[in-house]
Design a protein around this ligand. Sequence first.
Ligand code: NDP
Length: 336
Amino acid sequence: MPTTAREIHLAARPTGEPTPSNFRLVETELADPGPGELLVRNLVMSVDPYMRGRMNDAPSYAPPWQVGQPARGGAVGEVLASGADAVAVGALVLHDGGWRDHALVPSDQVQVLAPAEGVSPSLYLGALGMPGLTAYSGLFRVGEFRAGDTVFVSGAAGAVGGLVGQFARLRGAKRVIGSAGSADKVRFVTEDLGFDAAFNYHDGPVADQLSAAAPDGIDLYFDNVGGEHLEAAIGAMNLRGRVAMCGSISGYNAVERPAGPRNLNLVVGRRLTLRGFIVYDNSDMAPEFARTVGEWVRTGQVHVRETVVDGLDNAVSAFIGLLRGDNTGKMIIKLA
Ligand code: NDP
């Protein structure tokens, strides 16, 4: 049984883009699990854009990480020792004790996983986990997707965005358009994910590229990016269009708040709906999501891509790289 764990702590809060000096790798003593606790060996952990918000000392839907304390986040691991009758040694569990190689976690805060044949544990951090439910609930509930919609999604080569476009296509979208930050990602989105069109937002104004890709306008915009993308999408919206406001990563490292879209007045005349959401609002959809998307993934109808980085020592650079666009598909850290 291991007696120590390696874990990543928040060393200092960043201003602007995080740097490696904001984190510290620490070795700590590992106690035996007490009653109701599990000792878990993490196999994979997640780095996600929302963690940038947890580095700030500001109230939010996810509590801030504390300086000098371990970072937290999603991980999947194997139970090495159990102080709880309900969870056996050897079980595979999804839990919130990421950013470390071993974790002591309360047994009532884990989800015991039973992956189907061929389903890798990392999928529970991506397509079959939080990003997957974000895409599913954001598109179908928040965005009120209807067959025949023309859908635009930003961050289209990322974990959430790549799923949104594929889900829309499977449910009968008229046209699915994506934006991403490189020519390779644009190719991935059209050739591997089956989007009808995509563009590199570095190639020119988003509004111009979007109107070329969607000459008949868009009915639903799934916003992962905010800023110029949101303004362009509002400008391209058809009557009674809908925006599912999922994230605004273009501003996460910004020191000043960006100006809002300058064309918000269009919301009135076009009767648009802009609705923000947090994935946990839609936890009640988890069983339907697991059934539907589990089947799509198992049967290959949804293409899943991961960028896998090896080792806890590389987790910080992977996280910083995620915010810069180093990933295609879900960014995963392999720990064992
Ligand atoms: P991704 O896998 O999409 O990774 C982040 C991507 O953001 C990068 O790969 C990069 O791709 C893109 N990006 C970075 N900076 C910019 C920029 N300035 N302009 C445009 N794109 C940029 O992450 P996720 O799929 O996990 O998350 C996508 C979004 O969804 C985020 O905004 C996140 O906060 C949000 N989210 C919201 C949830 C909710 O409950 N509301 C839950 C989960 C995620 P590129 O190379 O294309 O620039």
